[in-house]
Design a protein around this ligand. Structure first.
Ligand code: GLP
Length: 270
């Protein structure tokens, strides 16, 4: 049996949801990442000029490793695709020594360079006027419809009832917001500083929910019980700006979740 045949039979089951068209549950994060990679590889084979927005964070690292391996093996060619940045701390530059938490360095190292993406569109986290930078980046996104947005999800706090961000759209961000400067929620700041030991800023540049919902397809990855609790808020909580990821239910026909059983165990009845 060839590699392709094997990767097409990764075991998963689907959870039905009234709005989200596909929730695929895999036994392990590794299998979910591999399956998501195959989905993206299939999309790029059909459309070698696809415009793709890439999330950062820990969750998507195994996905990007799978994509890099496939590109190296010549199974897929990303060189004519366009790559887009989902979000970036502000202020923050590309020098990994000075900004070890920075997303540009992450994307160059894990996505743009290994996949050979020539047209990589980065946000400038050192722009002197971030509002102008947000407008510039938004005009890039408006000029080139995004074929696929790859997302993770942020943590949810039962204490503050805030969280489940997508990109850096924090609780309270209107769904019609486009690329903008975002003050980070205490839930994110706690995660970054206390859990991750980062000395990262309190602000960010981020694609807005409106930009994300304009993508033709959205793939969201989430693993583990904590992310499952966050997703639960997004999937069955009230749709509204308090739960930014709940916005995906407004365009649920184009959304696919790749999650593991630990995350799914937190859903209860959907
Ligand atoms: C980060 C980024 C998002 C990411 C999310 C989850 O801070 N703003 O783009 O999807 O939070 O990150 P992780 O996968 O590391 O938990």
């Amino acid at each position: 049996m060839g590699l392709e045949a094997r990767t097409n039979v990764l075991p998963y089951y689907e959870i039905a949801h009234p709005e989200i068209s596909q929730i695929r549950v895999f036994p392990t994060p590794g299998e979910a990442a591999q399956a998501a990679a195959e989905e993206i590889i299939g999309l790029v084979r059909v459309d070698p000029h696809a415009a793709i927005t890439y999330a950062t964070g820990d969750t998507v690292i195994p996905l990007y490793e799978n994509l890099a391996r496939a590109a190296k093996e010549g199974r897929v060619d990303f060189s004519e695709t366009s790559g887009f940045h989902l979000d970036e701390y502000y202020p923050c530059g590309p020098d990994i020594n000075e900004y070890p938490h920075g997303f540009v360095a992450y994307l160059r190292q894990r996505v743009f360079d290994p996949l050979g993406i020539k047209n990589a569109n980065e946000m400038d986290g050192l722009a002197s006027d971030p509002e102008t930078e947000a407008k510039r980046y938004d005009s890039l996104l408006s000029a080139k419809p995004i074929d696929l947005a790859i997302l993770g999800i942020g943590p949810w706090s039962t204490e503050t009832q805030t969280g489940c961000h997508i990109a850096f759209n924090e609780s309270g961000t209107p769904f019609d917001e486009r690329v903008h400067v975002q003050a980070l929620d205490p839930v994110t700041l706690t995660r970054d500083r206390q859990e991750r030991g980062q000395n990262s800023p309190e602000k960010a540049l981020t694609q807005g929910i409106a930009n994300i919902l304009e993508a033709r397809r959205v793939i969201l990855l989430a693993y583990g019980e904590k992310k499952g609790q966050s997703l639960r808020e997004a999937l069955i909580g009230e749709i509204g700006s308090q739960r930014p990821a709940s916005a995906l239910r407004l365009q649920g026909h184009k959304v696919t979740l790749f999650i593991d059983e630990a995350a799914a165990s937190q859903f209860g009845k959907l």
